[in-house]
Write a protein that binds this ligand. Structure first.
Ligand SMILES: [Fe+2]
Length: 285
């Protein structure tokens, strides 16, 4: 099973983190050619298709992204990022991309891809909302089937530190949902997830937490880790015989091979308590 992944395309106007004259569509064409040549079974897009400005321009640039990705001859799974719903509605995006943007389960034979779409609206000052009833849906979806699952979201759920991240070192609350720890624990309790794919944070990270491999994939357009070049990142995930390989292309390439198995299939020792618990202080006489 091969999944070609792209995220944080951010097609639209220039910004200080984009190369002068940057054209995301040219690199997106390279991604589609790559996915096709590699024989990908599907394209997974993790959201933030655009850099939002206003309704009319957002409609235009989102449609350009959709048209470009539609050149891929196979199925596509799209998620929404915060910039996709800043001006546009979910219904606008569904019309542009020609598919539902609700959370859904994609049957991939021996495994399942769960495209999970909690509310990704980012509110100025406070950040993202808790996932609420979307979490109930996710847990039910995981419990409904024994096959190991890949969860795909726009925002990461690893709880990883954002130290060194251009956007999020000083804005960690905007890098994740506030209930990310509760979500992680609920998913871990099901024992069904093997891999969690996300975008949003514009760098590639890998962290295994309680037996689940969390991957955040770099942005197509970003250049804070590859300055002055854009990252031009996209990836091929190949899962076969209980092993995953992730081949990240672009100006910060990475190749990883790891076991692919539901988290319940291996024992993960729980984190220890403090090495030297603080003694309760005695009240002075
Ligand atoms: Fe984002």
């Amino acid at each position: 099973m091969k999944i070609a992944i792209v995220t944080d395309i951010h097609h639209g106007p220039a910004s200080h983190t984009k190369l002068a004259g940057w054209d995301a569509l040219a690199v997106l064409d390279d991604f589609v050619a790559f996915a096709t040549e590699q024989g990908a079974d599907l394209i997974l897009d993790l959201g933030d298709h655009i850099s939002d400005t206003d309704l009319e321009q957002d409609r235009r640039v989102a449609a350009e992204v959709a048209a470009c990705l539609a050149k891929f001859p196979g199925p596509r799974v799209h998620l929404l990022g915060n910039h996709d719903v800043e001006q546009l509605s979910i219904a606008d995006n569904e019309a542009i991309f020609g598919q539902s943007m609700a959370s859904r389960v994609v049957d991939l034979g021996g495994i399942r891809l769960i495209a999970w779409q909690p509310d990704v609206t980012m509110t100025r000052g406070t950040g993202f909302a808790p996932t609420g009833s979307h979490l109930d849906w996710l847990v039910a979806a995981l419990e409904a089937d024994e096959r190991p699952a890949i969860i795909a979201t726009h925002l990461p759920f690893s709880g990883n530190a954002q130290i060194g991240n251009h956007y999020f070192e000083h804005n960690a609350e905007f890098s994740r949902h506030p209930d990310h720890a509760e979500v992680r624990a609920a998913v871990e309790r099901t024992g069904r997830a093997a891999l969690w794919l996300s975008g949003h944070v514009h760098w590639t990270t890998i962290a295994t937490v309680q037996g689940i491999v969390h991957v955040s994939l770099h942005s197509l357009s970003e250049r804070f880790t590859t300055f002055p070049l854009p990252a031009c990142a996209f990836a091929l995930l190949d899962i076969a015989d209980g092993t995953l390989t992730l081949d990240v292309r672009g100006n910060e390439p990475l190749f990883v091979r790891l076991p692919f198995r539901a988290s319940s299939e291996r024992r993960w020792l729980l984190p220890m308590g403090p090495f030297w618990p603080t003694e309760p202080t005695q009240p002075s006489a």
